[in-house]
Design a protein around this ligand. Structure first.
Ligand SMILES: Nc1nc2c(ncn2[C@@H]2O[C@H](COP(=O)(O)OP(=O)(O)O)[C@@H](O)[C@H]2O)c(=O)[nH]1
Ligand SMILES: [Mg+2]
Length: 256
């Protein structure tokens, strides 16, 4: 089973893409285990095959421990981590080709607490895996938005050390030439450094330029693509990138 985690800021389109991409994989004849790892999800655009809410819910934690919504979300993520082995058994019992894993709306709960990393490592032990880092195209279409998105993507990559794909979501909201240019800038960060040089000042200009030039020098194996989950655009391209990673694993692992 190949594990694909969808990670990205709240509203970047994780749940919508998890749903659209698993439908697409099912249409291609694959077996899919669609997993919801958000114990706080009130509504999902799909019916998960494995659901964190069968183990713990934010509502129940709020009541039992007399916590507010924020504290309960943190506690629920930590309580879920204790159930990581059970989750793993439930998922592997489905014997699917792909596990598509939707992560909590607020990405910091999964990416920047010990519990998320523990769950990801427990689920994927012995199997192939990749992270789809989702970024909303509208946010990424301004230079500072794009640079901060790249910082965040690097931070997630550094946290998990899994092969990672940069997935620009909601491609239906930009024109084709704008999308092509955005992908070009991400693939050629030295050009983004030049934009930062013109559009920023002082220490911010310096920081952005050095970061972009560092990305350019390192030439990391991070594929970039764009999708629209509402128009089902780009799902075939996303699949072929995942297939390359699952076949050629090590080439996509960044060794720090
Ligand atoms: N235009 C457009 N909107 C989208 C797309 N994918 C998701 N959305 C919208 O973006 C919002 C957040 O999506 P959601 O999947 O809940 O994001 P999550 O918080 O990352 O799980 C919802 O209103 C979705 O309808 C897309 O491909 N195109
Ligand atoms: Mg969601």
């Amino acid at each position: 089973m190949f594990f694909t985690f969808l990670i990205g800021p709240a509203g970047s389109g994780k749940s919508t893409l998890a749903s659209a991409f698993s439908d697409w994989l099912l249409d291609q004849g694959f077996d899919v285990a669609l997993v919801n790892l958000d114990p706080g999800a009130e509504w999902l655009p799909y019916r998960p095959d494995v659901d964190a809410r069968d183990y713990v819910t934010v509502q129940e934690v709020m009541e039992r421990y007399d916590l507010g919504p924020n504290g309960a979300m943190i506690a629920a993520s930590d309580l879920l981590a204790v159930k990581a082995i059970d989750l793993r058994e439930e998922i592997s019992g489905l014997k699917a080709d792909y596990a598509i894993i939707d992560t909590p709306g607020q990405m910091e709960l999964f990416a920047f607490r010990a519990s998320g990393l523990h769950i990801a490592q427990t689920l994927t032990k012995g199997g192939g895996s990749a992270i789809l880092f989702l970024a909303d195209v509208v946010l990424a279409s301004k230079p500072t938005g794009l640079i901060s998105t790249l910082f965040l993507a690097a931070s997630v990559q550094f946290r998990f050390l899994f092969p990672q794909i940069m997935v620009l979501t909601k491609s239906d909201l930009l024109k084709q030439e704008e999308l092509t240019y955005l992908v070009h800038l991400i693939e050629n960060p030295e050009e983004l450094a030049l934009i930062a040089e013109e559009s920023l000042k002082g220490v911010y200009r310096e920081m952005a330029m050095r970061f972009c030039n560092m990305l350019s020098d390192l030439n990391l194996p991070i594929p970039v693509t764009h999708v629209s989950a509402v128009k089902n655009e780009g799902l075939d391209r996303l699949y072929s990138i995942l297939q390359r990673i699952s076949a050629g694993g090590e080439d996509f692992v960044v060794h720090y």
